[in-house]
Design a protein around this ligand. Structure first.
Ligand code: RNT
Ligand code: ZN
Length: 417
């Protein structure tokens, strides 16, 4: 059977379950996924005085060929983006400033230091997202930043957070595409604190100063990312999920849910409808924790498919912002990007191909037997043929063909670094 016959067959099979595959393909293309620049260089960054990675996160592995500067990083990202179908954004961190060899403090950064990213994004028609960087810096050496007991340290990081928000707004304004500015801090203790309250009170006060500055919502929106624990902050994290969820709800910010930042049996998928009954939007960091918040490459697993299902079932594709967040230095980094991008998009396709109208109807009728039976059968319908068709329609290699291109790029470019 040729390729289009295979797709037609899949389309008929899905039609018999009441699912329109052409509509699914159309909806899928429009969902935006933000690609994290930091997978391309193991979160190293492009600052002049580049410190070691800190803050309780870690990129393990020493696969050759990581990007060593902004141009290499953008070239690699270009390559990855061409191998993944659908609409993308690019997510960058403050530590990816490019300052022409001149050291510029984190409290002195300006929009112009991200000019190369902006020019590149403009050429590609991409939106940019932004993150202040509160780690890999001497002023974060104590493990505390916005919740530090030292007023000087707190003020330094408040300045950094404020100018990051302005940079994000500048990006959004220049590109005419709203930027999301996501704040995550590493603050926490390795061992049981004697005082859990004071750092949280200080964090709240710091955030109040950071978000007192009002910026146009069509230029940028603010998100705050909580966490359960980090390396060296196993017993206490100031900015926990509860802390930020309540802060975000009270102050009109987006909570960020990183899939590696919860107890391992906790379902991020279940949180989507619980949050969006009350909030406008959330930001998801698509990651994969293996035993700990290990930031493994996202794959098509149950967690990701369940999350995508909740987004699609709730009609939330415009209200849930999706961004990848992982860093694996043990495999080809461009491939790591492509695998995660394709996995996230595939999860959304699976969700769009679910016979959800019928499942909901069974549920409404109280026919829970049929609900379970159909849910099981739908898992083995020919989604792969629809995925291949989606790739063809978007001029992206289908199946494993993309890997040959990454291997050729590794040979001709990455291996020479
Ligand atoms: C850390 C958070 C955070 C970082 C990035 C680099 O646990 O997930 O989002 O991964 O900011
Ligand atoms: Zn994250």
């Amino acid at each position: 059977m040729n390729k289009s016959a295979l797709y037609k067959n899949a389309r008929d099979v899905y039609a018999s379950y009441g699912v329109n595959t052409d509509l699914a393909i159309k909806k899928l293309a429009a969902v935006q996924i933000s690609l994290h620049c930091w997978q391309g260089d193991d979160v190293a960054g492009t600052e002049v005085s580049n410190g070691a990675l800190s803050g309780g996160i870690m990129a393990t592995g020493n696969y050759p060929g990581r990007a060593r500067n902004g141009d290499e990083l953008r070239a690699d990202a270009d390559f990855a983006l061409k191998l993944a179908p659908g609409k993308h954004r690019m997510n960058i961190h403050a530590k990816y400033a490019e300052t022409n060899g001149r050291p510029v403090g984190r409290n002195e950064l300006k929009l112009e230091h991200f000019g190369r990213w902006i020019d590149w994004a403009k050429r590609k028609g991409l939106a940019l997202d932004f993150n202040p960087t509160f780690f890999s810096h001497p002023k974060a050496a104590s493990g505390f930043t916005l919740s530090s007991a030292d007023e000087g340290i707190r003020n330094f990081w408040i300045e950094h957070a404020l100018l990051s928000r302005k940079i994000a707004a500048g990006m959004g304004k220049t590109l005419k595409k709203t930027a999301i500015n996501n704040l995550w801090i590493p603050d926490g203790y390795k061992d049981e604190p004697a005082d859990r309250k004071s750092p949280r009170e200080r964090l709240k006060k710091s955030l109040d100063r950071i978000y007192a500055l009002k910026l146009p919502k069509h230029d940028m929106i603010d998100a705050v990312e909580g966490k359960l624990f980090g390396l060296g902050s196993e017993s206490y994290v100031t900015g926990s999920y509860d802390f930020y969820l309540s802060y975000a709800a009270k102050n009109g910010l987006l909570p960020t849910l990183d899939m590696g930042h919860f107890h391992q049996t906790e379902s991020v998928a279940d949180k989507i409808s619980a949050l969006l009954v009350n909030l406008d939007s959330v930001l998801i960091h698509i990651s994969r924790g293996v035993r700990w918040d290990s930031d493994h490459v996202a794959v098509l697993n149950d967690e990701l498919v369940s999350l995508a299902r909740e987004i699609v079932r709730g009609g939330y594709t415009e209200r849930v912002y999706l961004a990848l967040d992982y860093f694996d230095a043990s495999i080809n980094r461009v491939a790591a990007w492509v695998i995660g991008l394709r996995a996230a998009r595939k999860a959304l396709l699976y969700a769009l191909l679910e016979p959800r109208a019928t499942l909901k109807a069974y549920e409404a009728d109280g026919n829970l037997t049929a609900r379970l039976a159909l849910s099981e059968e739908s898992k083995t319908l020919p989604a792969g043929q629809v995925w291949d068709e989606f790739c063809r329609r978007n001029n992206v290699p289908e199946g494993i063909d993309w890997l040959k291109e990454v291997e050729a790029y590794e040979k001709s470019v990455l291996s020479k670094r």
